[in-house]
Write a new protein. Structure first.
Lengths: 232, 232
DNA sequence: ACGACTATGATTAGGGG
DNA sequence: CCCCCTAATCATAGTCG
C-alpha cells in the first residue's frame, strides 16, 4: 500500500507532518514508559511543539522535575568527586571504556557550551534563570579560552621580538627565549587554530582524574585579560 | 526464532534487563531525534539509571535545558494567560476537546502535587532548589485544601449548633442559619471525603478561563487556619 | 559483557471515511 | 481534522561468537 522509507528530514507537508507528529509523539511517550517500567529506571521526556497548547511531558511535570533534579545532582557530583581508588583493579579495568565514553561526551558538552557562550557574547543568545549552564563548567571553558588566547598572544609577542632581534633571518634563527612565555609547545598552541580550546590541558598524560572537566584549581592565567564585547 | 510478546513489567533477570536497557535506550534516543527532525519541534529525553555513570540525555545537557526552559515558560504562561475571546466560534469549538484534555491533565498534576506536599509535611519527601514545583500551583492546592477543611469544619459546627438548638429532632428540623458559614453546598463539602480537594471550585459552570488551575485571585479563606506539622 | 544477526512483534506512512 | 485500516518498515528479544 505504501512504500516510503523513512527520510530523516523535516516533513514539508503541513498536515502530513502534524499527523506524523501525533503518531510519533504517542509512540515516543510509550517507549519512555516502557523503558522505565521494564528496566526500573528514572526517565523523562519533554516535547514542546506548536501543535499542542501545553508541553507534552512524561511521566508528569513533577515526575519530570524529579528526574531533572537527579540529572543535575549527578552532573554536579560528577564534577566534584574523585575517582575511588579502592575499587578493585579488575573493576577499574571494566570501567575504563565507560570512562572514555564519558570523557568524550564531556568534551562535546564543553564544545557546545563554548559555542553557546560565544553566541551570548555576540548577542545571539542569552542566559536566563533556567537555561543557565553549570557555573563551574563555564568557568572552565572561559579559562581554557583565555589561556589559549594568552598563549597565542605570548607566542606572537615572542615572534615579534625574535624578528626585531634578527631582522634578516636568512639562516635558521637560534632558539629564542621561550621560558618566559611558555606556550605548551609550538604545535600545541597553534595547531587546530582557532578552536582547539577544549583540548586536554595535560597534553600527553591521560590523567585519570575521573571527574570534572579536568579543571585544575591551581590554574592561573599568565596575565589579566579583558573581554571586549563591542569588538565581536 | 523468538516469539515473546512484550510483557510490560520489570525484568527480573539482571543481565537480561541490562541488555534490554541498552537496546531500548538507544532506540528511545533515536526516536526523540527522529521526532525532532521530522516534525521540527523541540524535545528532550533524560534517562537516569544505575547502569550508566552519567545521566543519558538528548540532545545534550544544554539542549535539554533549552527545552526545559521552554517547558517552564510555557507552563507559566499557561497559568497566567486568559482565553482569547476573539477566536472564531468554529475554532473555539475545535479547541474544546483539547481544552478538556488539558484540564484533565492539570487535575492529575494537581493531585500529584497535593500528594507530594503531604509527603513533604509527613517528612517523606522534601523540596530542594531543583524539584521545586511552581509556587502558584502550590498556592492553589494549599488554598483548595484549606478551604475544604474549613468548609467541612464549618459544616460540623453548624450541625453541632443545630443539635444543641433542637435536642429532639423527631420532626424535620428547620433550616439552620447557614449564611455565616457558607459551605458551597451540603453535598459538595462532604462528598468524596476525605480527598475531594481538587474538584473544580466553580461547581456547575464550565468557566472557560482557559488557563491556570482555576485559581481565583479573589479567593479568601473563611478564617485563618494553621497547619500543625506535629499533628500529622 | 558486548556486538552481530534474525525472526517476529511493534510502529507508522499512506489512504479512505 | 481525526480515526481506522493495512502494508511496510522498524525495533528488539533471543541467540551465537
Amino acid at each position: 500500500m505504501t512504500r516510503k522509507k523513512v527520510t530523516l528530514a523535516y516533513i514539508a507537508n503541513d498536515s502530513e507532518r502534524k499527523a506524523s507528529y501525533r503518531k510519533r509523539k504517542k509512540g515516543l511517550l510509550k517507549k519512555v514508559s516502557e523503558l522505565s517500567t521494564l528496566c526500573g529506571i528514572d526517565a523523562c521526556a519533554i516535547v514542546c511543539s506548536q501543535y499542542d497548547a501545553a508541553p507534552e511531558v512524561w511521566p508528569s511535570p513533577l515526575g519530570a522535575q524529579a528526574v531533572l533534579s537527579r540529572f543535575r545532582k549527578l552532573s554536579d557530583m560528577d564534577q566534584s568527586r574523585k575517582m575511588d581508588n579502592q575499587e578493585t583493579f579488575t573493576r577499574n579495568r571494566i570501567k575504563k571504556t565507560e570512562e572514555q565514553l564519558r570523557r568524550l561526551r564531556k568534551e562535546n558538552n564543553c564544545r557546545e557550551l563554548e559555542a553557546f557562550m560565544f553566541r551570548c557574547i555576540a548577542g545571539e543568545a542569552s542566559i536566563d534563570e533556567f537555561n543557565m549552564p553549570d557555573p563551574a563548567e563555564m568557568n572552565f571553558v572561559i579559562n581554557q579560552t583565555l589561556g589559549d588566547i594568552n598563549a597565542r598572544m605570548a607566542a606572537m609577542e615572542a615572534d615579534r621580538r625574535r624578528r626585531q632581534a634578527a631582522p634578516l633571518p636568512l639562516l635558521v634563527a637560534p632558539a629564542p627565549a621561550e621560558e618566559d612565555v611558555a606556550p605548551r609547545t609550538e604545535e600545541e598552541s597553534m595547531e587546530g587554530f582557532p578552536w582547539n580550546l577544549v583540548q586536554s590541558p595535560g597534553g600527553g598524560g591521560e590523567a585519570v582524574d575521573g571527574g570534572g572537566l579536568g579543571w585544575d584549581d591551581g590554574m592561573v592565567l599568565p596575565y589579566p585579560y579583558i573581554f571586549n564585547h563591542s569588538s565581536m
